[in-house]
Design a binder for this molecule. Structure first.
Ligand SMILES: CC(C)(COP(=O)(O)OP(=O)(O)OC[C@H]1O[C@@H](n2cnc3c(N)ncnc32)[C@H](O)[C@@H]1OP(=O)(O)O)[C@@H](O)C(=O)NCCC(=O)NCCS
Length: 174
């Protein structure tokens, strides 16, 4: 999963998917910030992003959106695969920059993470999300949070929104 063309893109210019690197962390923070503000993503500290950078894929495109290929590149989408066991992982930190939404990038990030999950030998990936319809569109099925106690122990127990959580669980068997 080093540098893959995003086949699912419906619009030029093309973006490229690659594994994230530490130098991407400031851009990842910028990409996620508006979605953290709306509550669609949980906040992540810079320390947390650095520690877990190997779990992330990013889609990179021309910053100007011109597709010439020669300009500065910007990260326009990201997502991560958070491992819980030898069979289970969570898709987390999924974000597509506003002006790039609706062009197949969200699907392409999920495809890349699911392909990586398959390569690792995982049997199931899940997500907790306020956008369940997006995941259902991509073949995930509805689930119960209680099916993923590892997530509940790791994150929900410390989450400030645990008493008023509006996230829905979705899952995909591989
Ligand atoms: C949700 C999100 C990742 C979707 O990314 P995107 O690039 O716009 O989605 P795509 O263009 O790849 O859409 C793929 C398919 O899902 C559908 N879809 C996209 N967003 C959807 C939504 N909110 N509800 C239902 N279906 C949706 C598309 O219509 C498309 O279907 P099609 O290919 O059959 O026509 C993006 O809107 C986003 O970053 N939102 C803010 C952050 C967020 O909510 N992240 C999820 C946290 S778990």
């Amino acid at each position: 999963m080093s540098v893959l063309p995003l086949r699912a893109l419906r619009a030029e210019p093309a973006a490229l998917m690659r594994l994230a690197r530490l130098a991407d962390v400031p851009e990842l923070e910028t990409l996620m910030a508006p979605f953290v503000a709306t509550g669609d993503l949980l906040p992540r500290s810079r320390y947390d992003l650095c520690r877990h950078i190997k779990e992330y894929v990013v889609a990179e495109a021309d910053a100007q959106g011109g597709g010439s290929g020669g300009g500065r590149r910007a990260i326009v989408a990201c997502g991560s695969l958070k491992l819980y066991s030898e069979t289970l992982a969570e898709i987390a930190g999924l974000a597509v920059r506003d002006d790039w939404q609706g062009r197949g990038l969200g699907r392409a990030v999920i495809d890349a993470l699911v392909a990586e999950a398959g390569r690792l030998g995982l049997r199931e990936v899940f997500a907790l999300t306020r956008k369940p319809a997006f995941f259902l569109r991509l073949g995930f099925g509805p689930a119960e949070k209680a099916q993923f106690p590892q997530k509940v122990w790791a994150d929900c127990a410390r989450c400030p929104r645990q008493a008023c959580c509006d996230e829905i669980a979705v899952t995909l068997k591989l």
